[in-house]
Design a protein around this ligand. Structure first.
Ligand code: HAM
Length: 413
């Protein structure tokens, strides 16, 4: 009986795992160059961490379960709430702003398809403690630069949920979130029906006008006509900064984001090709969560990449690492191990036989894994302090002093 992996999960073989590691490395290095430092939180949390803002509805979208003591827990569907919980519990007195990044698996009870999994990885950052446009600017520039460095072909859309919040300020929280969710799903017919049924039809026209606004900074003037008493200065300053730093973006006031905690600037990046329908590769924005978790009301901003989607389309290849097999004739196995230990200083892959195969089979294995060199430890040469170095690519070999082996391989590789 073969046991299959659970629906919506994946296995990663070495080539793919290495490629993913290479992409992760680029993300880490750039985030660190902006002063972000890695944090790590538990894989599961108390369920309330995720329902406190989004309500019980979210439970059907996440892996929620009871442990043996009856505690209600959930596998994390994302990391913003966990990081803010950690911030409130552990770091609220640290000097602000705090710059955190994470790379971790998340779990959502989704309908699996290309680019949409039940276990997936996010690389994200949270910048905690500032509500300045400069904080939004920094995280957007960081996300943009990472995507550029990975040679991704993408578009970046920026919006502001404050506009709809202002427009709907007299609508209660529950209805507000229902409306936002329908806008997020682009379900405009559903929205019209809902507004009519709730006696909110007066909002229909202005919502429709607002979410149709897409383009450059000129749409801010149009939005001002719809919501005259909204303060657009934060958004205008952000746009000025983005232009100064030569970031390519569009304004789009239909972006509301699926998660309920956003309060200000929001943004999303979409891959132009290679992903089909699931082409959103990055989502983020500014939000307030810490007061819900028992802390003071601290403004934050951040984003998360859909790492798997980026890995799917990113064409950078990791540096190939060459392999050397240290083979031995019968009785010379442990000498081979000693030599292999020394060669591992080369930062290459140095393998030895663990199957007690004869020399011929060891060498054919070396060929089958594409090893570049074989070092053959044979009794006769070893007695003279020498081994055979075979170049498996050229099919040539030399007898060489053991003392010269490291230097020689260093030169060759
Ligand atoms: P999110 O938009 O829900 O935001 O997720 C971020 C990214 O994760 C998405 O843009 C998408 O690329 C990827 N993603 C989401 N669900 C799946 C899935 N089932 N399979 C594969 N990839 C997926 C957040 O999670 C926020 N915490 C981002 C944030 C950080 N906002 C502020 N700080």
């Amino acid at each position: 009986l073969k046991i299959e992996k659970p629906r919506g999960t994946r296995d990663f073989l070495p080539d793919e795992a290495e490629r993913r590691r290479g992409i992760e490395q680029v993300m880490r290095e750039i985030a660190e160059s902006y002063g972000y430092r890695e944090v790590s939180t538990p894989t599961f949390e108390h369920l309330t961490l995720f329902t406190i803002k989004s309500g019980e509805d979210i439970v059907k979208e996440i892996y929620a379960f009871k442990d043996k003591s009856g505690r209600e827990l959930a596998l994390r569907p994302e990391l913003t709430a966990p990081v803010m919980r950690m911030f409130v519990n552990e770091c609220s007195v640290m000097p602000k702003p705090l710059r955190f990044y994470y790379f971790a698996n998340c779990f959502r009870y989704e309908n699996p398809q290309k680019g949409r999994y039940r276990e997936f990885w996010q690389f994200g950052v949270e910048l905690i403690g500032s509500d300045s446009y400069l904080a939004d600017l920094e995280v957007i520039v960081l996300a943009y630069n990472i995507m550029r460095n990975l040679n991704l072909d993408f578009i970046l859309n920026i919006g502001h949920v404050g506009l709809l919040r202002k427009l709907l300020e007299d609508v209660d929280e529950v209805r507000y979130h229902r409306i936002m969710r329908m806008i997020d799903k682009k379900d405009l017919q559903g929205l019209e029906r809902y507004l009519n049924s709730e006696g909110l039809e007066g909002y229909l026209e202005s919502i429709n006008e607002l979410i149709r606004l897409k383009g450059g900074t000129e749409i801010i003037d149009h939005a001002r006509e719809i919501i005259p008493d909204f303060d657009f200065s934060h958004l205008q300053n952000l746009c000025k900064g983005l232009e100064k730093l030569q970031i390519d973006y569009n304004l789009d006031f239909s972006i509301v984001r699926g998660l309920d905690y956003y309060t200000g600037v929001v943004f999303e990046a979409f891959a132009k090709k290679g992903l089909g329908a699931q082409n959103q590769i990055c989502g983020g924005g500014s939000y307030r969560l810490s007061h819900l978790f028992g802390g003071s009301d601290v403004p934050s901003t951040g984003f998360a990449f859909g790492f798997d989607r980026i890995a799917e389309i990113c064409e950078i290849e990791p540096r190939a690492i060459e392999s050397i097999l240290v083979a031995s004739t019968a009785g010379m196995e442990l000498k081979a191990l000693e030599i292999a230990e020394k060669l591992r200083k080369l930062s290459k892959r140095v393998l030895t036989d663990v199957m007690e195969r004869n020399l011929k089979k060891q060498l054919s294995f070396a060929n089958s894994i594409g090893a570049r060199f074989a070092v053959i430890v044979a009794e006769k040469e070893f007695k003279e302090g020498k081994v055979i170095l075979r170049d498996l690519e050229k099919g040539e070999q030399v007898v060489i002093r053991i003392g010269d082996l490291l230097k020689r391989l260093n030169r060759e590789l």
